[in-house]
Design a protein around this ligand. Structure first.
Ligand SMILES: C[S@@+](CC[C@H](N)C(=O)[O-])C[C@H]1O[C@@H](n2cnc3c(N)ncnc32)[C@H](O)[C@@H]1O
Length: 729
C-alpha cells in the first residue's frame, strides 16, 4: 500500500508478468534490429548486471517513508493536469496549457498485455501494429501470431524485438517490482512484529479522558505522527479481531471514534468528511483508502484513434524519451507514463491531437456508454471534453454528439480539445443541463458525468479533505438528482441501437451515487439498471448504514484508488424502456424532437427543467428519495451542530434555514406577488387544495461552479409558478 503507486498498473490486479519474458516463442518472424537497439540492449544488459539488487533496507525505508509521511517513496514532479479534469478544482479552463515534463520516474518497459475492449478499433489497431513492424509491445498482439512474449517465442527473438527503451525499462521494471515486493514484505514483517510485541496482550489504545460528549480524547499531538500511525494500525487490528483484541469493557464505537480522530489528525481531514468516508469500508479497507489518497495516481494518456494508433503513438513518444506502457488489458487506448523528458502537454504529438491527458478511470463511463456509429449522443456536462472526444473517437466521427456544459469558460477548453483532437461530429452548447430535453431530446444515449464533490480524487485535490461541508452533500445530490431525471427524459426509448443513460461521478459517497440512482429508479419507472459492461470494478451498494437500495444497484460499479490504483469513480448504466409517465415527478410536457423528425407516431414525452415538485406527495422512498422536509430536518440539525461547535446556543438562532436548493426557508414561506405583497405559503397551499391539484414549480438555476478548491454549487435564481395540472394536460 502506498509504495510506488504511480508505477503500479491500473485496473484489476494482474499477475506479475515477469514470467512472460522468459517464455519461448518459435514462430516469431526475425525482426530487423536497428544498430542502436542492439547497442542499447548490450548496454542495458551490462547496466542490469552491474546494478546491485535493491537493498532490503532501502526498500523498507522507502516503504516506511511512504507510509509515515503519506508521500510517494520517490520524489515525483507533479503530474500534468488531465485534459478531462473531472474535479474541476485544478481550474484547467484551457486544457491545452500543460505543465512541463516529469522527473524522477524511473520505470518503463512495454508489457505484453491481453486484449479486451469495447471498441472496434481494437482489431484495426492489432492489424496496424502487426504491419508496422514496430518494436513496440502492445496488448493487442496477444491475439496476433507475431505477438510478443507468448509461449512459443524464443527468448532471443523476443529480445531482438525490444527497443532500447523497452529493454532498459523492462530491466528497471523488474527491479522495481522486486523492490515493491520487498517493501511490502518488510511492511508485513513490521506489522507481524507489532503483533508479536503484544502477543497475548490487548493493545492499550483508548485514553481514559473523555470529551464533553463522553468520547475518549487522544492525548497525542500531531507531531507524534509515528505514534499516531502505530495507534491507527493497532486500532485497525482491534477492529478486525474485536473479540480477542479489544480491551475489556470497551465498545466498538469507542475504537471507531478513536480511529476517526486519528485519521483526521494523521491525514488532515475534517471530521465530517473522514466520518463519511470511514463509513464506506471496514476499518482496514478504510485505512487503505485514506492511505491511497496520499499518493498520486499514474499519469495516463488516451490515444486519439481519430488521428493515430496506440502503437504508433507509443513509438513516437518512446523515440522522444518517454517511458510508457499500455495501461492495462481493459483498455486499448490508454498508455501509462512512467517517465518523460518532454512536457506531455506540449509535445508535437500532443499538439497534433494524437492524445489527451486523461485519468484512467475517466475512460470507464464512456466505455459503459458504448456509443455506436451514427447515433445521436448527448454529453450533458461535457467540459473540458475528455469524455466527449472519447465518445467521438468510438463513433469514428459519425453521427452527432451534443456536448453541453453550463460553464461558458469551460466550454472554451472543450472547444479547444474538440479542435485539437480532430472531432468533427460534435456541436457544443452552453445550457444548464436542466434545460434538457426542452432544448433537444430523443437521444440514443446520454452521458451524465455529473458535477460532484470529488471525494474520489483527493490525491489530485487535497482541499476536498477540509472544504466539503454537510451543505455540499445536500446541494450536490439535489442537483445530481435533477440532472439525472433530465438525462433520462432526454433519451429516446424507441432508439433502435441505444436508449441508454450513463451516470458517473468522481466521488465515492453514497449520497452522490447509489442514492441518486435509487432516486432515478423511484421517479422514473421507465428505466432500469443494466450491466455496465466494464470488466472490473466493485459492485455498488445495495445495503449500507441502514439504507437499502434496489438489488439491481449491484450492477453499478465503484472504483477506488486503493483497489485499482485509479481515481475513485462511480458508474451506473440505465436502459430506458418506455416514455416517462406524464404524472411523473418533476416533469413538464414536451414532444420528443426525434419522434417529430422521424414522422413516427408522436409520443408525448415529459420533461421538466425544474424537476423537483413542491407538493410531491407521492411515494418518497426510504432511501434515495428527495424529500424537502426531510432535508430541512437534516439541515436544521447541521446548523445547530455548527452553532454548538462555535459555542453558540442553537435555540438563539433565527429560524432561517438554508434550503437544499439554496433558498432560505424564510423566503420560501412567503411568496412575492406581482403587486409586491407577500402571501403566506400555508394560505396558498389551502387554496391549491380547494381548487385543483396544483404543481408548484421551483425554478432554480443551480450551477456547480469550479472554484480553486473544488466545486461550489450556486443557486442563483428562484422563480415560483403555480400551474393547474388540468391546464397542463
Ligand atoms: C465532472 S465535470 C465534467 C467533465 C467532463 N465530462 C469531461 O470528461 O471532461 C462536470 C461539469 O459539469 C458542469 N456543470 C455543472 N452544473 C451544470 C449544469 N447544471 N448543467 C450543465 N453543466 C453543468 C461543470 O461546468 C463541469 O464542467
Amino acid at each position: 500500500m502506498g509504495v510506488g503507486r504511480r508505477m503500479k498498473k491500473q485496473g484489476p490486479p494482474e499477475p506479475l508478468d515477469e514470467s512472460l519474458v522468459t517464455r519461448k516463442r518459435k514462430d516469431a518472424p526475425p525482426a530487423a534490429i536497428p544498430e542502436r537497439t542492439k547497442r542499447s540492449r548490450i548496454e542495458a544488459k551490462a547496466k542490469a548486471a552491474a546494478r546491485p539488487p535493491p537493498a532490503k533496507k532501502e526498500a523498507v525505508a522507502k516503504g516506511g517513508k511512504t507510509r509515515i509521511n503519506g508521500k510517494p517513496a520517490k520524489k515525483f514532479a507533479p503530474p500534468p493536469p488531465s485534459d478531462d479534469d473531472d474535479v474541476m478544482s485544478d481550474g484547467i479552463d484551457n486544457p491545452d496549457v500543460m505543465e512541463d515534463g516529469l522527473e524522477g520516474v524511473n520505470v518503463t518497459g512495454l508489457d505484453a498485455l491481453g486484449s479486451a475492449s469495447e471498441d472496434d478499433e481494437d482489431l484495426e489497431l492489432a492489424d496496424d501494429f502487426a504491419d508496422s513492424g514496430s518494436d513496440i509491445m502492445d496488448s493487442d498482439e496477444e491475439i496476433k501470431k507475431v505477438g510478443m512474449w507468448s509461449d512459443e517465442e524464443d527468448e532471443d527473438d523476443v529480445e531482438e524485438k525490444l527497443t532500447a527503451a523497452n529493454i532498459e525499462g523492462l530491466s528497471r521494471k523488474l527491479d522495481m517490482q522486486r523492490a515493491v515486493e520487498e517493501a511490502e514484505a518488510a511492511a508485513e514483517l513490521e506489522e507481524a512484529n507489532l503483533q508479536t510485541n503484544i502477543a497475548g496482550e490487548r493493545p492499550k489504545i483508548l485514553e481514559d479522558e473523555e470529551d464533553e460528549d463522553g468520547r475518549p480524547i487522544s492525548k497525542l499531538v500531531t507531531q507524534d505522527i509515528q505514534l499516531l500511525r502505530t495507534r491507527l494500525n493497532d486500532t485497525v487490528r482491534v477492529l478486525d479481531d474485536f473479540k480477542n483484541l479489544a480491551e475489556i469493557g470497551r465498545s466498538r464505537a469507542e475504537y471507531r471514534a478513536q480511529m476517526l480522530k486519528d485519521l483526521c489528525a494523521y491525514y488532515g481531514y475534517s471530521e465530517f468528511l473522514a466520518d463519511k468516508l470511514l463509513n464506506l469500508f471496514p476499518a482496514r479497507e478504510a485505512f487503505a483508502f485514506f492511505e491511497a489518497n496520499e499518493t498520486p495516481r499514474p499519469i495516463v494518456i488516451r490515444t486519439n484513434t481519430l488521428r493515430t494508433h496506440r502503437r504508433e503513438l507509443a513509438q513516437s513518444l518512446i523515440n522522444r524519451g518517454v517511458q510508457l506502457e499500455p495501461v492495462g488489458k481493459w483498455s486499448k487506448v490508454g498508455l501509462q507514463i512512467f517517465d518523460t523528458q518532454i512536457p506531455l502537454g506540449a509535445s508535437p504529438e500532443y499538439l497534433a491531437g494524437h492524445y489527451i491527458l486523461q485519468a484512467a478511470s475517466s475512460f470507464l463511463p464512456v466505455m459503459a456508454l458504448a456509443p455506436q456509429e451514427n447515433e445521436r449522443v448527448l454529453d450533458m456536462t461535457a467540459a473540458p471534453g475528455g469524455k466527449t472526444t472519447h465518445i467521438a473517437a468510438l463513433m469514428k466521427n459519425t453521427g452527432c454528439i451534443f456536448a453541453n456544459d453550463a460553464n461558458k469558460d469551460r466550454c472554451k477548453g472543450l472547444i479547444g480539445n474538440i479542435h485539437r483532437l480532430g472531432v468533427r461530429n460534435t456541436v457544443v452548447c452552453n445550457y444548464s443541463a436542466l434545460e434538457f430535453p426542452r432544448v433537444m431530446g430523443g437521444f440514443d444515449r446520454v452521458l451524465l458525468d455529473a458535477p460532484c464533490s470529488g471525494t474520489g480524487v483527493i490525491a489530485k485535490d487535497a482541499s476536498v479533505k477540509t472544504n466539503k461541508t454537510e451543505a455540499d452533500f445536500m446541494k450536490l445530490p439535489h442537483l445530481q438528482k435533477q440532472l439525472i431525471l433530465a438525462a433520462i427524459d432526454s433519451v429516446d426509448h424507441h432508439s433502435k441501437t441505444g436508449g441508454y443513460i450513463v451516470y458517473s461521478t468522481c466521488s465515492v459517497t453514497i449520497e452522490e451515487n447509489e442514492q441518486v440512482v435509487q432516486y432515478a429508479l423511484n421517479k422514473r419507472p421507465n428505466v432500469k439498471l443494466v450491466e455496465t459492461g466494464l470488466t472490473f470494478g466493485k459492485e455498488g451498494f445495495t445495503k449500507i448504514g441502514g439504507k437499502i437500495f434496489h438489488p439491481s444497484l449491484k450492477m453499478t460499479r465503484r472504483y477506488y484508488p486503493h483497489t485499482y490504483n485509479v481515481d475513485g469513480f462511480f458508474v451506473a448504466k440505465f436502459k430506458k424502456t418506455g416514455p416517462t409517465p406524464p404524472n411523473a415527478v418533476g416533469v413538464n410536457e414536451a414532444t420528443s424532437t426525434a419522434k417529430k423528425q422521424s414522422n413516427a407516431p408522436v409520443v408525448t414525452e415529459v420533461f421538466d427543467k425544474t424537476p423537483i415538485r413542491e407538493d410531491s406527495a407521492d411515494e418518497e422512498s426510504d432511501f434515495g428519495g428527495f424529500d424537502e422536509d426531510e432535508d430541512q430536518k437534516y439541515m436544521q440539525r447541521a446548523q445547530a451542530k455548527t452553532m454548538r461547535r462555535k459555542g453558540k446556543d442553537p435555540k438563539s438562532a433565527p429560524p432561517k434555514v438554508q434550503k437544499s436548493n439554496g433558498v432560505a426557508k424564510e423566503a420560501e414561506d412567503k411568496d412575492e406577488q406581482p403587486n409586491g405583497e407577500t402571501v403566506a405559503k400555508k394560505e396558498k397551499k389551502s387554496k391549491a387544495t380547494a381548487d385543483a391539484p396544483v404543481v408548484t414549480e421551483v425554478e432554480v438555476t443551480t450551477t456547480a461552479v469550479p472554484t480553486e478548491n473544488g466545486v461550489e454549487v450556486q443557486s442563483k435564481k428562484v422563480r415560483r409558478k403555480s400551474t393547474s395540472k388540468k391546464s397542463k394536460a
